[in-house]
Design a binder for this molecule. Structure first.
Ligand code: S3P
Length: 442
């Protein structure tokens, strides 16, 4: 499917955004490990999360939702999954695949796991290594790519593991495996990454300990073989989805937009810091916590933005927001330097390459290195007028549609159906605020 974004005048209005993707996966996976029925409100009904739900159903977990939009997960308890009679397809989702492998490591049967073209190209060694150390066995294509087979065990060993990359997915996979091992499993993270798994484990009654180490590092431990108790889980709006209307409104002259009920976990708010440093008129109005996560309404008005230096330490706190930050940088005055971006090469696409190529096609000056990016801003609408391939990457698709909204000439995105993975209704929501994003025939 092709979508074309036409240059728009100001965006105005009040909106919510769909539920947080990271939390939605975790709500289903951890709900499945609890005893009893967990009721989940605000679950993201995007393709990625639905793939995780389908995988859990194939593993014997009853999952459903009624007319009230509350999802119900009948947890089977830690170690209660059943051997599936088919291959599990996690679609586009690295989070779904890697976290599920953590759970499967503690189950004594073989499961075949695969994904779409994008997921089958992404590295799995980062979870295979620690889970093998704990006792799971893997057979994978070229060693570390999906499809792969995992054989778990009831005799998983607890480990103490230092993450070689700042990755919440790897940390979470080990903690979920640690639920099945006797004693304490510890993950040491040199840089902090999103802590939704830790918060949700505590919410369901697991003992999670956090020890502050030197600098930014910390050690996160879970005590294995707990009895998790089902509990209501509320999923706030996804800050990574809110990023798109926020950046569009920050730059389209005359805009005033309010996005309500957005999760503002401090390990997810790097983009908000950047926008404030760039001079955006952004107000963060705190709301009551939901499901152990901080929440706010975000109000933004258009104004000129200036380029900034984004330090590498910020990368884990805004890892998914570099594509849309690059779009903001393209419209800002002056240059924006972003560094510490090596992980962008192994996301749904090689995002560093996709951002640089797309911006050049839109007439924006960029310099790309091994793990850094400089965007030379236009100080106003960039030329646009390009045709961009989404490359199975929802955030690339949405970022360039926002660029089209802000540019001098329309931007067309091919493969835009990938937006369904994280943000169903994206174009309709943007259009309600005043954008003009329309399907076009190829
Ligand atoms: C996620 C962690 C991040 C992020 C991804 C979601 C998660 O990946 O890019 O979209 O839910 O844990 P890494 O852990 O690989 O950095």
């Amino acid at each position: 499917m092709q979508l074309r974004a036409h240059p728009a005048a100001g965006l105005r209005g009040v909106t919510g955004v769909p539920g947080d993707k990271s939390l939605s996966h975790r709500a289903l996976l951890l709900g499945a490990m609890a005893v009893g029925e967990s009721r989940i409100t605000g679950l993201l009904e995007g393709a990625d999360v639905l793939a995780t739900a389908a995988a859990l159903s194939a593993l014997g977990v009853e999952i459903g939702h009624g007319a009230d939009d509350v999802w119900r997960v009948h947890g089977v308890g830690v170690a209660g999954l059943a051997e599936p009679d088919r291959q599990l397809d996690l679609g586009n989702s690295g989070t779904g695949a890697r976290l599920l492998l953590g759970l499967l490591a503690g189950h004594p049967f073989t499961t075949f796991v695969t994904g779409d073209d994008s997921l089958r190209a992404r590295p799995m060694a980062r979870v295979i290594a620690p889970l093998t150390e704990m006792g799971a066995r893997f057979v994978g294509r070229s060693g570390d790519r999906l499809p792969l087979a995992i054989t778990g065990t009831t005799e998983l060993l607890p480990i103490r593991y230092t993450l070689p990359v700042a990755s919440a997915q790897v940390k979470s996979a080990i903690l979920l495996a640690g639920l099945h091992a006797p004693g304490r499993t510890t993950v040491i993270e040199p840089q902090r990454s999103r802590d939704h798994t830790e918060r949700l484990l505590r919410h369901l009654g697991a003992a999670v300990e956090i020890e502050e180490l030197d600098g930014e590092a910390r050690a996160v431990s879970v005590l294995g073989q707990p009895e998790l108790a089902a509990a209501p889980i509320v999923v706030p709006g996804d800050p990574s989805s809110a990023a798109f209307p926020l950046v569009a409104a920050a730059l389209a002259a005359g805009s005033s937009v309010r996005v309500e009920g957005v999760g503002i976990n401090p390990l997810r708010t790097g983009l908000l810091d950047c926008l404030q440093e760039m001079g955006a008129q952004l107000r963060i109005e705190a709301q009551p916590e939901q499901g152990g996560e901080p929440v706010a309404d975000l109000a933004i008005e258009a104004g000129p933005l200036r380029g900034i230096d984004v330090p590498p330490e910020r990368a884990p706190r805004m890892i998914d927001e570099y594509p849309i930050l690059a779009v903001a940088a393209a419209c800002a005055a002056g240059s924006t330097r972003m560094s510490g971006l090596a992980e962008l090469r192994v996301k749904e696409s090689d995002r560093l390459h996709a951002i640089a190529e797309g911006l050049s096609a839109c007439g924006v000056g960029v310099e790309v290195g091994a793990d850094d990016l400089v965007v030379h801003g236009h100080g106003g609408p960039p030329p646009g007028g390009a045709h961009i391939a989404a490359q199975h990457d929802h955030r690339i698709a949405m970022s360039f549609l926002v660029l089209g909204t802000l540019a001098q000439a329309p931007v067309t995105v091919a493969g835009a159906e990938t937006i369904e993975t994280s943000f169903p209704g994206f174009a309709a929501l943007m259009n309600r605020l005043g954008a003009r994003i329309e399907p076009v025939s190829p």
